[in-house]
Ligand binder design. Structure first.
Ligand SMILES: Nc1ncnc2c1ncn2[C@@H]1O[C@H](COP(=O)(O)OP(=O)(O)O)[C@@H](O)[C@H]1O
Ligand SMILES: [Mg+2]
Length: 405
């Protein structure tokens, strides 16, 4: 039987822990409410653990993995290096967002590499690169992949120089965050004075450089990618329906939309999946998505945010090599949503990702290895990105089947 190490960071149980050091053995978050963030003003520390996973997500992933082997829980706390060394799993399924520093998402994969243990998803270089929005955009620009023009501000005195070459309105973000941490309507800056005030706020609140980008005024999409090389597949595109935001809200998918206005008991009709868009636009979005995935070195899965510029061209906003995977459809997590639209269950999504990683690294998977090996030999060969305008996979031709080949 395959021994599957499962690396994750679990959200602390109580809001009282927010702002304190993460507990290594946080308790159970058994209610959807606790897995959401507290309604405190973003930037006050309330979003510190926004990227970590709830007990509900951890249990759902473990349940899916258990069909393919014995699951060994490896919480990515300070004991992780020893836990991993002692457990010596055949492969690690990694969703750990990490603890400290700008390379935090790279730590688990790097420790796996140190021990020579195969793991799922992108390598440390790609994880660190994508967590630095500016360095990731430099790579995209180098390869001619459209992304908004930008500058990085490390201290307030640099603002004039940085913004000189850029055209207002601008959008500012902490350079090393995710899950909309530090991203609110106030980050939209129409004037030099607004820019200075918000950059000052972000520099002092998040203790890291601020990326200043030209604002992309068009529609927004997020694209889930599964696969590697020529078999990388864009799942049905998720379109953002900003009309569902409260009246007068800025059309962005920021902290308020993600964590405050969209609640399980009163969900925003925020998403349109598959997005109802022109097939030519869908193809253009898929093209920049797969190009970004390739040049940033993503593996197995990633979710890529795309927005249209003033000319209607898709631009890459950011790349998430550790995509959010909340299991409850009411939580509106985009990767599982795209998978469902492709005919894949949550379990199939998680299992596909593990299978991709196992295939890449030649790790046999299964509770009864011989049986699983026989099945995978007869599975259909993978194909390239599916057409956007199909109504869904034909019977027996699921994305899960194609990817597991
Ligand atoms: N240059 C931009 N122009 C317009 N909106 C933007 C821009 N950058 C980010 N946004 C908005 O902010 C949201 C969050 O930004 P993003 O870089 O994706 O951060 P996060 O890692 O927190 O998801 C995006 O989904 C988008 O709505
Ligand atoms: Mg994003």
């Amino acid at each position: 039987m395959t021994r599957i190490g499962f690396a994750y960071n679990q959200k602390p149980e109580q809001s009282g822990l927010i702002g304190t050091e993460a507990t290594a053995h946080a308790g159970t978050v058994d209610d959807g409410e606790l897995s959401r963030l507290q309604e405190e003003p973003p930037g006050s520390g309330s979003d510190e653990f926004a990227e970590w996973d709830s007990r509900e997500t951890i249990d759902a992933v473990a349940a899916a993995l258990s069909a393919l082997g014995e699951v060994i829980f490896l919480e990515a706390n300070e004991d992780f290096p020893e836990l991993l060394r002692d457990a010596k799993p055949d492969i690690v399924f990694n969703i750990a967002e990490g603890r400290y520093g700008v390379n935090r998402e790279a730590h688990v994969p790097a420790i796996c590499e140190f021990h020579g243990i195969p793991y799922s998803g992108s390598d440390p270089l790609t994880l660190s690169l994508c967590l630095d929005k500016a360095r990731a955009k430099e790579t995209l620009s180098h390869h001619g992949i459209p992304t908004a023009r930008f500058a990085v501000v490390r201290e307030l005195s640099e603002i004039a120089r940085a913004s000189k070459a850029l055209q207002l309105p601008l959008f500012v973000k902490p350079v090393h965050e995710g899950s909309s941490k530090g991203i609110t309507e106030r980050n939209f800056c129409r004037t030099a004075a607004e820019l200075e005030a918000q950059v000052a706020f972000l520099l002092s609140s998040y203790d890291q450089p601020v990326i200043v980008e030209e604002y992309l005024p068009g529609a927004e999409f997020t694209c889930a990618v599964l696969g590697n090389g020529r078999t990388a597949t864009v799942l049905p595109i998720v379109g953002m329906n900003f009309a569902s935001l409260p009246e007068g809200a800025l059309p962005i998918y920021g902290f308020e939309a993600k964590w405050i206005w969209d609640r399980p008991e009163n969900p925003l009709q925020m998403f349109d999946c598959p997005a109802h868009i022109d097939p030519a636009l869908a193809r253009a979005i898929e093209r920049v998505t797969l190009d970004a995935y390739r040049v940033l070195g993503c593996r197995d899965w990633s979710r890529i945010d795309v927005r249209l510029d003033a000319g209607g061209e898709p631009n890459v906003v950011e790349v998430n090599p550790l995509p959010g995977i909340l299991p409850d459809p009411a939580d509106n997590s985009c990767f599982p949503k795209a998978a469902r639209a492709a005919g894949m269950s949550y379990d199939e999504l998680i299992q596909s990702c593990l299978r991709l990683a196992a295939t890449r690294q030649r790790v046999p998977l299964g509770r009864q290895l011989r049986k699983v090996r026989t099945v995978s030999k007869t599975a259909p060969r993978p194909r390239a990105a599916r057409s956007r305008d199909s109504d869904g996979p034909a019977a027996g031709d699921t994305v899960a089947n194609r990817l597991s080949a």
